[in-house]
Structures are given as structure tokens and as C-alpha cells.
Design a protein. Structure first.
Length: 162
């Protein structure tokens, strides 16, 4: 028989590490000291969760996947103190949700940037930049046709809607 496949992040060990970190944070608050550094184990768990989540079919084909992973880890570190072991014993699910929504926010930011880039190209008369002096411009600019159909982040169904 094959051995039972171990998850890439052991939730029990992760919970113990988070509980120990939370105790250190509370202890440093009482002594009015700086917050302790996050352990290497907790950091590696964040990295593993973000990397594996980025391989899901809805995230894998983005060219800015590294930025998504970085945003997810950054958000985990930002909201690390909000995890309360007394309320939940599943830090894996808590931080997976944080990373998931960080990915969604990054995708929305990148889509806004692409839309802005397309609008700039449309406003600056793309034909003037691409035509050579001897060309008559009798062709259709496929980019202009495509951007007219795609308005404000959604596809126009009718020509009047654009």
C-alpha cells in the first residue's frame, strides 16, 4: 500500500507555530518591546501556500504570477496578528483566503493598467505611429477594432453600446 500523501503544509505544526508566535507577540507587548520576527517556518508556510495556490487553473496563466505571490505573502505578514488561535484552529484556511484575495486584487490592478494602456494608444491615433509615409492606410487596424468592442473592462454586444 502507498503511504498517505502528506499535505505541503501541516496544519497542526502551523497552528503550533502560530500559537507560539502569538504568545511571543503578547509577551513583547507587555514588556513594551518591538514585535518579534516571524519564524522561518511560518514564512515558508506562507510561501508554500502562495506558490501552490498560484498553480490553480484560474491563476496559472497570468504573466504577473510572481507579483501575485509577493502580494499574497505581504498581506499574510500584514494580517499575521489578526489570526487568533483561540477562535480558530485552522491557520492554513485563514492565510489561504488572505492570499486568494490578494491574487484577485492584483489581477484587478493589472487589468486596470491594461485598459489604461489601450485607451492611451487609442487617444494617440495609433495609425500615425504605425504608417510609413508611402502607405495609404487602406488596411483596417485590428487593435482599434478590438478596443472599440472592449469598453470599460467589458465587451460591447452591440455597436451602439460602444
Amino acid at each position: 500500500m502507498a503511504a498517505k500523501k502528506e499535505h505541503y503544509v501541516n496544519n497542526k505544526d502551523f497552528l503550533e507555530a502560530m500559537t507560539a508566535y502569538k504568545k511571543e507577540v503578547n509577551k513583547s507587548k507587555k514588556q513594551k518591546k518591538d514585535k518579534p520576527l516571524v519564524s522561518n517556518y511560518i514564512g515558508s508556510c506562507f510561501l508554500k501556500i502562495a506558490n501552490h495556490l498560484s498553480f490553480r487553473p484560474n491563476f496559472i496563466n497570468y504573466t504577473f504570477r510572481d507579483d501575485m505571490i509577493s502580494d499574497g505573502i505581504e498581506n499574510c505578514l500584514q494580517y499575521l496578528d489578526n489570526f487568533d488561535p483561540a477562535k480558530s484552529n485552522n491557520p492554513f484556511a485563514y492565510f489561504t483566503q488572505i492570499i486568494y484575495y490578494a491574487f484577485i486584487r492584483r489581477i484587478q490592478k493589472e487589468k486596470k493598467q491594461v485598459t489604461i494602456k489601450h485607451k492611451l494608444i487609442m487617444d494617440n491615433n495609433y495609425d500615425d505611429m504605425t504608417l510609413q509615409p508611402h502607405e495609404d492606410g487602406g488596411f483596417t487596424n485590428q487593435f482599434r477594432v478590438l478596443t472599440k468592442k472592449y469598453k470599460n473592462g467589458r465587451t460591447c454586444k452591440k455597436e451602439e453600446d460602444c
